[in-house]
Design a protein around this ligand. Structure first.
Ligand code: SF4
Length: 304
């Protein structure tokens, strides 16, 4: 950790600890990543905990309720501690190398479901970067989705251009910066739009996840911005449809305490309907909730 990062960690009160993981590719047999139409085979998290946990998304983030968080970090508040899996890239290299090539070709990996791979800690520890370097040596996988809301992903765009099966998926849950700020903030929306634009201009497959759809400015304004962002796919989700418990998990989350309209799905449906009407003309693929997240076709079909 460099001096600047140490200073940042002190200022934010973030506890950063290091751990050696036993495995890095986690098979997906149930849960939202294993759903149809095109399930993921594995998830990959190079961190435990998430440095965005004290921002708006931490209000409803389901990862804070999972046991690996509670067991791993000694009861720290969500967003106040992060464990770095220092051997993530070594494990990935080992696990990929020992797989037969035919098995590697079937790999569909979601990075990450319980942390943001480009959270602030990645600035100095580069655990995500090192994993992506490993992927760049294996051209035959089916899919690698890198899910983030962090502008730090810009750093690795040149590397992503070398991975033909990579999809950069950027969370843009609203177009209303004032609303986001009023909640608990988060990475600036303009920087996320810029990340999508840059990735798409470099030829990287790019997706935006409006997940969960929060209050936005206007359906046509947000809808048009999404449709002209450069993203090839757009997924819209709600906390009711996508939290894995039909909203009961979110009902117990801090989000339900600060947002009286937390369980309304009407804005999300209005946005999805708007996109459905206008996306086909622009050849943009749309998805709703879990089926949208698991809606990226196998690579042979994507190339058609
Ligand atoms: S970035 Fe993702 S994993 Fe991190 S706190 Fe927000 S929702 Fe949770």
């Amino acid at each position: 950790m460099n001096l600047q990062s140490e200073q940042q960690a002190k200022e934010t009160g973030m506890q950063v600890s290091l751990k050696e993981a036993k495995k890095i590719l986690t098979p997906q047999r149930r849960g939202f990543l294993a759903a149809g139409p095109y399930p993921y085979t594995h998830s990959l998290s190079a961190y435990v905990g998430c440095g965005f946990g004290q921002t708006t998304c931490g209000l409803y983030c389901y990862a804070q309720f999972l046991p690996n968080w509670t067991f791993g970090t000694g009861g720290a508040a969500w967003g106040k501690a992060v464990q770095v899996k220092t051997n993530a890239a070594d494990l990935l290299a080992h696990e990929l190398a020992r797989m037969p090539a035919q098995e590697r070709q079937k790999l569909r990996i979601f990075m990450s479901s319980t942390t943001d791979p480009y959270q602030p800690t990645e600035h100095s520890y580069r655990a995500t970067r090192r994993c992506i370097e490993i992927f760049s040596a294996y051209p035959e996988l089916d899919l690698l989705v890198i899910q983030t809301r962090s502008p730090l992903a810009r750093r690795d765009l040149p590397l992503l251009t070398q991975i033909p099966y990579a999809y950069l998926s950027v969370t843009i849950e609203t177009d209303d910066q004032a609303y986001l700020k009023k909640m608990q903030g988060g990475p600036l929306l303009e920087q996320r739009w810029e990340l999508v634009r840059m990735a798409s201009e470099l030829g990287i497959a790019t997706q935006i996840t409006v997940s969960p759809c929060l209050a936005y400015t206007d359906v046509a304004i947000f809808g048009q911005r999404l449709l002209t962002s450069g993203a090839q796919r757009i997924v819209v989700d709600t906390v009711v449809d996508g939290d894995g418990s039909h909203g009961s998990r979110t009902a117990r989350s801090p989000f339900a305490r600060v947002e009286p309209a937390w369980d309304t799905t009407i804005p999300a449906h209005l946005l999805y309907n708007y996109l459905t009407e206008h996306a086909p003309a622009q050849h943009i693929e749309l998805g709703w909730s879990v089926a949208g997240f698991c809606g990226i076709a196998p690579r042979a079909q994507r190339a058609l």
